[in-house]
Design a protein around this ligand. Structure first.
Ligand SMILES: [Zn+2]
Ligand SMILES: [Zn+2]
Length: 265
């Protein structure tokens, strides 16, 4: 069992304490876990209401839990940054200050506009996906170290239409993103919080296949759990799906050290 995208009360929008998340993971037989609390300077800058994350509290509690549960689970110190071009240098300072071992760079806003609630009411499908892809492409040039692009295809999580496809909306742009990630060693996340997006994970199967075709091999499973009950959400279905797409390994961090785990047959 592995999970590299989870939130606790330190994130401001989750339900359980970090210790309860860790204990639930141990009970489930998890070997590698990475809490990735939110850091949302993007929301704060654009006055979108979310309780701010407590990064100092998180740092202290993470250190305490790593010691307390040593021998039972391997914990990696992670963060999920909400990319915003106007917050780039502040994020660079935060990444330097806290020395996170695993950094997810996620796009939740497009030019300061929330792309989760009502985005497809304001833009047609092609424009919505193209705007999202442009924002993700911009996020790749962030001036700080990050390991993974979070939930690629996020804009589709709350899309009201069926059978819509991000890749075909702007294939050249999507390819540029995937090729840039591969050339820079940035991992792709298989995020199992899908809601209305294609199953069983984000990004959709055609994007995962294209990433493989282009030579991409670094894929990281994350449930995006905001409560203990969502840890490892759909994990076996996602791993099976990744195997069918052609992945032979998935990537985890062992207390901050990147390793590849074989996907068993
Ligand atoms: Zn996110
Ligand atoms: Zn998240």
């Amino acid at each position: 069992m592995t999970d590299f995208h989870t939130h606790s009360l330190f994130s401001g929008d989750a339900d359980d304490t970090l210790e309860n998340m860790v204990r639930a993971a141990i009970r489930a037989g998890c070997r590698y876990l990475c809490p990735t609390e939110h850091c949302n300077l993007d929301f704060a800058r654009n006055r979108i209401d979310i309780e701010p994350s407590d990064l100092d509290g998180y740092a202290a509690e993470f250190a305490r839990l790593r010691t307390k549960y040593a021998g039972q689970i391997r914990l990696t110190y992670g963060i999920e940054l909400g990319y915003d071009m106007h917050c780039k240098s502040d994020y660079a300072d935060i990444v330097k200050k806290y020395r996170f071992e695993y950094v997810i760079n996620s796009t939740h806003l497009i030019d300061g506009e929330d792309c989760y609630h009502g985005y497809f009411d304001r833009y047609d499908v092609k424009t919505a996906f193209t705007n999202y892809l442009k924002a993700v492409r911009d996020s790749l040039d962030a001036p700080y170290r990050f390991d993974t692009v979070g939930h690629f295809g996020y804009v589709a999580r709350n899309c009201p239409y069926e059978n819509v496809d991000m890749y075909t909306a702007a294939p050249d742009l999507a390819d540029d993103i995937l090729k840039t990630m591969i050339s820079r060693g940035v991992c792709l996340e298989a995020n199992s919080s899908v809601r209305r997006a294609p199953q069983p994970c984000l990004p959709a199967a055609n994007v995962l296949k294209r990433y493989r075709e282009l030579g991409g091999e670094s894929i990281v499973f994350g449930s995006d759990a905001h409560r203990t009950g969502d840890l490892f959400r759909s994990r076996s279905a996602v791993i099976e799906h990744l195997r069918n797409v052609g992945f032979k390994y998935h990537t985890v961090w062992d207390e901050g050290k990147k390793i590849q785990l074989k996907i068993e047959n």
